[in-house]
Design a protein around this ligand. Structure first.
Ligand code: GAR
Length: 197
């Protein structure tokens, strides 16, 4: 059975592109839609160029009405009948209601070696702590922020002289390897976490 994958973004969409480019030939999944919560996300044009339907559900008119935003998000997703929802730089926290509606079917990539550094500013926090290793994690999304079951992690060294920018770029390269690999395993129902390199 071919899995239908929706990808949610908020920004550049480089992870979205890595996922889309991976879902070809004998891959057991196909991208069905890319949805951004912000109209100026560069990833929208990127999805378009990749031939994937792209839509925006702007969160701003909803203000504090998270349920309203998520109802609109569901309405944008539903016609595409996704089996999996891959968060790829999607910077909105999803409510427990949304997560419950899609329980076990939402994946996220986070730029740290969870459980270290959930939330924001992960690279700065790794540098401040003097860590010698950093990386990224793909996990299943649960109601608790950045705390769902870990499906894979990729490690990179922190090098002398690293800045947030240089470290972020190294982690991003690893993200582009890790996320497609974990997605493929998830489609094959392989639950054992993948550890890279
Ligand atoms: C990625 O580094 C991703 O790990 C991070 O946002 C970036 C998106 O880049 N996600 C989070 O911080 C989620 N909490 P991209 O738009 O180029 O894929």
């Amino acid at each position: 059975m071919i899995r239908r994958v929706a990808i949610l973004i908020s920004g550049a969409g480089s992870n979205m592109e890595a996922l889309v480019r991976s879902m070809v030939r004998d891959h057991p999944a196909r991208p069905v839609v890319v949805v951004s919560n912000t109209p100026d996300a560069a990833g929208l044009a990127r999805a378009d160029a990749l031939g994937v339907p792209a839509a925006c559900v702007d969160h701003r008119p909803f203000g504090a009405d998270r349920a309203g935003f998520e109802a609109a998000l569901d309405a944008a997703l539903a016609p595409h009948r996704p089996d999996l929802i891959a968060l790829a730089g999607f910077m909105r926290v999803l409510t427990p209601c949304f997560v419950d509606r899609h329980a076990g079917r939402i994946l996220n990539i986070h730029p740290s070696l969870l459980p270290k550094y959930p939330g924001l500013h992960t690279h700065q926090r790794a540098l401040d702590a003097g860590d010698t290793q950093a990386g990224c994690t793909v996990h299943e999304v649960t109601a608790a922020l950045d705390a769902g079951p870990i499906l894979g992690q990729g490690r990179v060294p922190v090098l002398p002289g690293d800045t947030v920018q240089t470290l972020a770029a190294r982690v991003r390269d690893m993200e582009h390897r890790l996320y497609p690999a974990v997605l493929r395993r998830r489609c094959a129902d392989m639950r054992r976490p993948l550890m890279l390199p």
